[in-house]
Design a protein around this ligand. Sequence first.
Ligand code: GLU
Length: 278
Amino acid sequence: MPAPVVTRFAPSPTGHLHLGHARSAWEGWHAAREAGGRFLLRLEDIDRGRCRPGFDAAIREDLAWLGLGWDGAVRRQSEHLSDYRAALDRLDAAGLLYPCFCTRRDIHAAGGAPQGELGAPYPGTCRRLGAAERAERLAAAPDCALRLDVGAAVGRAGRPGWDEGGRPATFDPALLGDIVLARKEFPASYHLAVTVDDAVQGVTLVTRGEDLFAATAIHRLLQELLGLPAPRYRHHPLLTDASGRRLAKRDRAATIRSLREAGRSPAEVLTLAGCEAR
Ligand code: GLU
């Protein structure tokens, strides 16, 4: 018997849902409903600096209005920090993490991007620190970042591919560089939390925007290192405006709420978001 389909929608409560979110949510909802599976809702609320009270309820209200009902309880990442801590401790015990003391400015000066954007991965400065200097700096820096040593991780787990909409896909995680998995004072970043959550929630099909295609290489790597199952993936195209510019949260006109207030129906909003049964 094929495994049941379990999908999820995982917005961050940092603003109102926009058309791009409606598309992502619908992709997961539709795939689950079509297969008689389950559609889950997770709130990625660990970015304490960016999450705002009120958006959690607004997201649930907008989804309900769109008719994209979810199954079971909502998972809030902020309530599961011990799960991320346990995964982090395992990676640390395997010698795959190192503390990073670089500021954004240091990283830019060395020609990298703090979040490991493609084309400008973190240059690995702190990976090369000697043990004595590392210990000294750790004592002086109560809250440094913890990075994954991607080279060592690939040495251990290879470059695992994945099922992308029924086709094999691969991407070299080294192109993203040594991404930040946590901070010393806070056990999770997006990459670690999403990997743990997809496993804990039994997600079998991840539907999300194609901007996260490359990040999937990191998630697959973490799954292999932590012995977690590999879901299937389906990355969908991002919505663009008439001039081809990607729709973003700052485009107030494209929030579900503003469209609803302007008198659009849920069906019209889903059509605007490019949701079509295939
Ligand atoms: N929180 C992410 C977003 O809103 C989604 C991440 C994911 O689906 O893996 O773009």
